[in-house]
Design a protein around this ligand. Sequence first.
Ligand code: ZN
Ligand code: ZN
Ligand code: FE
Length: 756
Amino acid sequence: MTDEYIAKRIDINGIVQGVGFRPFIFQLAASHDLKGEVANTASGVTILLEGPTDRIAAFQADLPRKQPPLAHITQITEQGVTLSGFETFAIAPSKDDASRATLISPDVSICKDCLQELLDPQDRRYGYPFINCTNCGPRYTIIDDIPYDRPKTSMRSFKMCPQCQAEYDEPLDRRFHAQPNACGVCGPQVALFDAGKKKIQASDPIKGVADLLKQGHIVAVKGLGGFHLAVDATNAEAVVRLRQRKHREEKPLALMSYDLEQVRQYALVSLEDEALLISVQRPIVLLTKKEPHPIAAGVSPHNRYFGVMLPYTPLHYLLLKHGFTALVMTSGNVSEEPITIDNDDAFERLADIADYFLVHNREIYLRSDDSIVRHVAATRFIRRSRGYVPIPVFLKEPVKSILGCGAELKNTVCLTKGRNAFVSQHVGDLENLATYEFFQLTIDHLKRILDIEPELIAYDLHPDYLSTRYATVQKGVKTIGVQHHHAHIVSCMAENQVDEPVIGLAFDGTGYGTDGNVWGGEILVTEMERFERVAHMAYIPMPGSAAAIKEPWRMAVSYLFNAYGEDLWQLDLALLQRIEKKKTLIMMEMIQKNLNCPLTSSLGRLFDGVAALIGLRDTVAFEGQAAMELEMLATDSDESVYAYHWTDGVVCQIDSSPIIRGVVDDLANKIPGPVISAKFHATLVKLFVELCQDIRRTHGLGGVALSGGVFQNARLLGGLLHALEQNGFDVYTHKLVPANDGGIALGQAVIADAAG
Ligand code: ZN
Ligand code: ZN
Ligand code: FE
């Protein structure tokens, strides 16, 4: 009987409060002609439904498909209940303590409805740069504490006008309980200043900024999660000036364009890229450059890609509509410091960079950088921040309340509670005091708004990381040190809800090993609470330690010396002619006498070394630059490989020498760099697939997890994923958190739960 009249209770967990969920349920129930009620509860939303079985089933089928854009359902449970005889469907008052456990939504882009109002001269919010509703606008960055209500946000200083208040109070209005609701009468306003902090009178400050940008000026623009520095991306001189003033030599600068049509003028946009660009999260998406293009060469030098995003705030739309192909919109900070969020701080710290400042009086409580993604068979995070945080990673099993402190570079932290793991926004490189302060602030803030008091704190084994120091001085709470690459692999396992042992391929630049050496080319048979190192790249000296990371030519010499010994002088190599003989000799002496030469098994360093051998670059401006350029250099076609070899034993050691000799021979035979790069990548794929097959035989494991910063390399990730699957492996990769050290904190927390 499908038309039997029944009653059902449906409980929904996730981000379902403050996102227009109850009005949505109200309307959905009405459309299916069902009776009952919906209410906010401590754990989410509860629905009581009464009606014929088939109509209830239709309602349940529609619910996840039609849910509001900001809702994020983690779990739906249902049970049959006795009929209460509801005569209508109603939005019931919130149950006790309802807002305590509310999950807070990320900040997302302006919705279609608000955009339409923004551009409609007849609308009362026409041209108002802070328009928002329950389906869009700021959340995470303006919240100071829970429960999530206006007085706990930076909107507390703006009292709603009667019209806004009426919208806010009406359950069927798009702005019902939209905490940041505002209009030009009652809400925040923008203002334009010059670098001397003198206010510039303008009837339309945003139009004023557009004019200044067209004249080539640099303008600091206050956004959602922090300040951007903006210049016209087609103005080469302005781009050069921005780089000089920001002391940012070569890292690509992000672009923002009004719409896809503008983006297509300078970049290739696949269907997957398009979906990412227009998604409500509005990340920066890496897109292949189109040649020729009108963008200044200085925007993304030595790079095949542009990082591009579409506007995500009303203010961006109002600015971009003044006819720019693209604006550079790079983080408003001084070199490696955190992005500026405060007006006064901006006037101070950005005074030497920006010519003008477009500020507003809605405070940003928590900074959140733009997220960066790339499509490689799925969405891959390079940086997970604005738009995604604080959506939790949903774990397979409940865990204790734990804080994972992350590593050093690209730091994020992670707090867990039940089955939710909350990975923070991008904190940055913990190498200066300002970033360390932001790290502490982020932990305190997350603890408060998520209502989590950790019973365990997990940290990286590296004794000198600031994150480690933070953890080890905390009083009254148990702390657990976690090996870096173990954390990488478990991070990947956790987001894929895998708890069986796997073969973990942890490839990155640097991580402190249990033997005190610098690991980074590791194959670990991994379980949640332990790992066994079954293979790694054979150790190689890093002459000058950190200097060898900044100067890949040092690594090239080290690999050559390892492969050829003193015979390296017989080689006909451009590198050895380019680098002063005296300097090469010093490297060799340092290695022989073991002076400041830590040993490393890092695969990232092998990429650096090969890049230097090919002549791509001898020094880098940022970590991973040489490896990135080596990837971009590769041709699409070549399938041949270099010889490779590993020594058997309890722990296999993968010898880099045959690969280095192959590269050197090709260079002597004038084989072009793009072919050498393609062969190098193909060699690694073949080598690691074979090694995984060996380990499958000896350990009886069929799952492989790929993690670590080297997997930002699309060619290696795509190649290994494909080849391993072809060979019958279950392959787990990162789709929710970055493969780089931005994902470490998640792994640390999950390991601490298993081990603690
Ligand atoms: Zn909206
Ligand atoms: Zn108003
Ligand atoms: Fe790492």
